[in-house]
Design a protein around this ligand. Structure first.
Ligand code: FAD
Ligand code: DLZ
Ligand code: SF4
Length: 505
């Protein structure tokens, strides 16, 4: 008898492990385990989402005729970890072969590899466009990496938005037409609303019982939990939001969490949706004349470009990557990352949204919380753990390079060419947060000046030895040195003051 062991982020009937077993003769195994539920103290909504999706998927496999063993977290015989569960199951059945699609996280993959006495075969995770081996071949000789170059290769190889060897529309990237600041009266379409079914209600009770003190709110719970529902979300996005996807991609608004974003990452990341299919559907929408090229290309670039590139970097550099700390940051994460109790309206808004939805869009993650963590010099391990904890779509393979590499520049520039540091000026341009903030975004050195303004300069100056040769920062350094020495002193003094009182700002 053979076994396919399906992990909680591999919930697709096309998962490669399943292709190796026979419905009639073999077994499928899935388990909820304490180790996975506690390696960080996941947002409550994330736990509900993961367990509900797993249970719905197991039910679907049973309905499709598979023999499934499913261990729930509250099962009296739950052994608490993948390794123990699998070892125990093997003792009972003595499998001829055990198939596992390669786990997404290094930690988990390594654990399975240590079970050398078990007949485990790892299958490639073929829901990605680029295998880890192919990425290694493409990128391993490069000292630093450039997403755009990788993305173009993927476009050519997978023939997406291509006219023979040329990009459709004559250019590869339409970012210049995208990313407008928010205008006053933009309205966004309603999102789909779903009723909770009995299975989701059951895991809500379980989560409240087992993890009462974890961060975040369970309700409202607007997310899909089955492949079919996720497909509906994708179709709805393509029809209603894709045409305007690019326009306000970087905009941020109070009380508007989703804008035209797809809110699909959680489904791509746990297998409910296939990223390849999403790209194909988006491309078709352009050919059908329903969505402009700039938006379609922008959406496809996020998936075919960024998502694949990020995963490639993770596997190319792990495990060393996780302990990189280019700026040697050590400041503890202030409480307001959990409580939202801060006078900084931008951070307050993003953390409140995060509590409510376990979601923020890319620019909120990068330019609000990430930017603050970067310029304040927050401890990168704590920052990475925060991102892994609070977002529904967070798994280390995608969270770590985005946080440590992109937001914190903690890898010293392997993945990004310069730190994404910005003052309040950028936030004010791209959001409506500053208008109702207690701080003044126009000033830098005063008691009520926006903290981002002085911290931005402090970050550059305290790290000048590490950054002085980065030609993309040359203009910023020269701007600072053109200030009078009195002004330079006052800016840095204000920043020092903030850094000494981070918990209270
Ligand atoms: P959209 O804006 O609609 O984009 C479409 C899709 O493109 C997304 O669903 C996602 O699958 C993909 N995508 C876009 N940008 C990225 C990116 N940089 N890396 C990988 N995929 C991308 N994404 C995660 O999936 N999990 C994470 O844990 C995660 N952590 C992040 C941490 C930080 C500090 C930052 C700056 C970004 C992080 N991202 C993460 C990337 C990005 O913010 C999310 O993928 C995106 O916000 C998800 O929302 P969406 O589905 O509405 O995306
Ligand atoms: C994130 C997560 C959680 C919270 N719980 C489980 C679980 O109980 N069982 C399971 O199979 N998967 C879970 N996951 C997802 C895993 O952590 C994910 O499969 C690995 O991180 C991939 O390497
Ligand atoms: Fe954020 Fe500064 Fe704007 Fe306040 S003024 S919302 S702290 S950027």
């Amino acid at each position: 008898m053979k076994l396919a062991f399906i992990l909680g982020d591999q919930l697709s009937t096309n998962v490669s492990s399943l292709k190796n077993i026979d419905k009639q003769d073999d077994l499928v195994f899935m388990c909820e385990v304490n180790d996975e539920a506690t390696y960080v103290q996941h947002h409550k909504k994330k736990l509900v989402y993961i367990f509900s999706c797993m249970r719905h998927f197991a039910q679907k496999l049973k309905n499709d005729g598979y023999k499934v063993i499913y261990k729930t977290l509250d099962d009296a015989n739950n052994f608490g970890s993948f390794k123990k569960e699998l070892t125990h199951l093997h003792k009972t059945y003595n499998f001829k072969e055990i198939f596992i699609t390669e786990p997404g996280e290094y930690r988990v993959y390594n654990d399975f590899k240590s079970l050398t006495r078990l007949p485990i075969t790892f299958c490639e995770d073929d829901k990605f466009f680029c295998s880890t081996k192919e990425f290694e071949t493409l990128e391993k000789l490069n000292k630093t990496h450039v997403m755009e170059k990788f993305y173009r290769k993927m476009r050519v190889k997978h023939k997406i938005l291509m006219d023979k060897n040329n990009p459709i529309g004559g250019q590869w990237n339409f970012d210049k037409e995208n990313r407008k600041p928010p205008s006053k009266n933009i309205k966004f379409k309603e999102r789909l609303f779903r009723e909770l079914d009995a299975m989701t209600k059951e895991v809500i009770t379980l989560t409240e019982q087992f993890f009462p003190n974890n961060f975040g709110e369970i309700m409202p719970f607007p997310y899909a939990v089955t492949n079919k529902e996720a497909e509906q979300e994708l179709a709805y996005f393509i029809k209603e939001f894709l045409p305007n996807f690019g326009t306000y991609q970087d905009a941020m608004l109070e009380d508007e969490a989703f804008l035209n974003h797809s809110i699909l990452s959680m489904y791509f990341n746990n297998g409910l949706l296939c990223p390849k299919k999403a790209c194909k559907l988006a491309e078709q929408e352009y050919y059908n004349g329903n969505a402009p090229l700039a938006s379609v290309e922008g959406f496809i670039r996020q998936i075919l470009g960024w998502r694949e590139y990020i995963r490639g970097i993770y596997w190319l550099y792990m495990p060393e990557y996780a302990s990189k700390n280019f700026f040697k940051t050590d400041k503890p994460l202030p409480d307001f990352f959990w409580t939202a109790k801060t006078k900084m309206n931008c951070i307050k808004n993003v953390v409140e949204q995060t509590k409510k939805y376990a979601y923020s869009h890319h620019i909120q993650r990068l330019m609000i919380t990430g930017n603050f963590a970067l310029i304040a010099g927050l401890n990168s391990e704590e920052v990475c753990a925060w991102y892994l904890t609070v977002y529904l779509d967070a798994y280390e393979w995608v969270e770590l390079p985005n946080t440590l590499g992109m937001a914190l520049f903690g890898d010293g520039g392997l993945l990004a060419t310069k730190p994404y540091a910005a003052s309040g000026k950028y936030i004010n341009k791209m959001s409506n947060f500053c208008g109702s903030c207690k701080y003044n975004v126009q000033t830098t050195e005063d008691e009520d000046s926006c903290p981002f303004n002085s911290l931005y300069w402090h970050f550059l100056i305290r790290n000048k030895e590490l950054l002085k040769n980065n030609h993309r920062l040359f203009y910023m350094f020269s701007t600072f040195y053109k200030f009078t020495s009195q002004k330079q002193h006052e800016i840095l003094k204000r920043a020092e003051n903030l850094l000494l009182n981070l918990g209270k700002i």
